[in-house]
Design a protein around this ligand. Structure first.
Ligand code: UTP
Length: 292
């Protein structure tokens, strides 16, 4: 089985659900507690063994590139002030030279199109796609679980999560052929169906391991739901021609940090997960809830 070394991070969307903040700040650099969303995605990718990080960006995303740049003045100032603990905090943003590349999606034509923009950098090997606004909290990173599933099954693996009928129309939804409780063999996939038409309650969220053939499918695919080039359609194409595509019910809790409510919930959950904030945050939440 080929190792998954490369991950594509499509971050060229407009972020309209998070206006007005995203008018000036890319949502990927909004902080959860003290670290930008993108740092959580990078850490998860590293844990899964990813060594090549490919960002598909757009105008207005320079803060994201700056975050991964070296910061010699800041480092010098912290060294002079003898602040080793603060120096430690900025280390995870350091990238070996050449490990990170950026390319532009000139027009926001959809997630599928953004991924396709990275085709030359991905080449002919399986690759991961990570949407950094989907943040997943768990003991073992979601992508690591998916790489393990890919080692078992090959083909394509998508992250799957059960959702209620009220929100199913916001997702790509799995049509299951068989389901062993962990891996779901897929018969098909439908983008943003009405609840009544949804083939299951299993939604696909922002983590994928894809065969390089998906890039080829994307090059011929026509715009689908919302007039966008949908990644879902290119994956569904794989199933149509008989290649294995599985959904993995990952262990962990996913937060949609591209939405204001999801981001607020993630902030609370991640703060409660930090030893230095847990007790004070829990006391504050109890006091606040008592006033409702
Ligand atoms: P979203 O559906 O969250 O869209 O995209 P968005 O534009 O980022 O945000 P809203 O819905 O307007 O608030 C899912 C992922 O796909 C990327 C986004 O950056 C995000 O990581 N994307 C989407 C692109 O890179 N290009 C596109 O044309 C569309």
């Amino acid at each position: 089985m080929t190792t998954v070394r490369k991950a594509v991070f499509p971050v060229a969307g407009l972020g309209t659900r998070f206006l007005p903040a995203t008018k000036a700040v890319p949502k990927e650099v909004l902080p959860l507690v003290d670290r930008p969303l993108i740092q959580y995605a990078i850490d998860e990718a590293r844990e899964a063994g990813i060594t090549d990080f490919i960002f598909v960006t757009a105008k207005g995303k320079s803060a994201l590139e700056d975050y991964f740049d070296s910061a010699p003045e800041l480092v010098r100032a912290l060294e002079e002030k003898n602040k080793p603990d603060l120096l430690e905090l900025i280390k995870p943003a350091e990238m070996p030279s050449g490990a990170i590349s950026y390319l532009r999606q000139q027009e926001a034509l959809g997630l599928g199109h953004a991924v396709w923009c990275a085709r030359h950098l991905v080449g002919d090997e399986p690759f991961a796609v990570i949407l950094p606004d989907d943040v997943i909290q768990g003991e073992v990173g979601c992508l690591k679980q998916m790489v393990e599933a890919h080692d078992e099954m090959g083909g394509c693996i998508v992250a799957a999560m059960e959702v209620g009928p009220e929100s199913i129309s916001s997702y790509g939804v799995i049509d299951p052929a068989s389901d062993d409780g962990r891996l779901v063999e897929m018969r098909g996939m439908v983008e943003k169906p009405k609840a009544a038409d949804a083939p299951s309650n299993l939604a696909v969220i922002g983590r994928y391991i894809l065969s390089p053939r998906v890039m080829k499918n994307l090059s011929v695919i026509k715009p689908g739901a919302n007039g966008e080039i949908q990644l879902t359609d290119a994956i569904a194409q794989e199933i149509k021609i008989g290649r294995p595509v599985h959904g993995l019910r990952f262990r962990g809790e996913r937060f949609d940090c591209g939405s204001k409510l999801g981001y607020l919930q993630a902030t609370v959950a991640f703060a409660l997960n930090r030893a230095e904030f847990r007790a004070d945050m829990a006391a504050f939440l109890k006091k606040t809830a008592a006033k409702l």
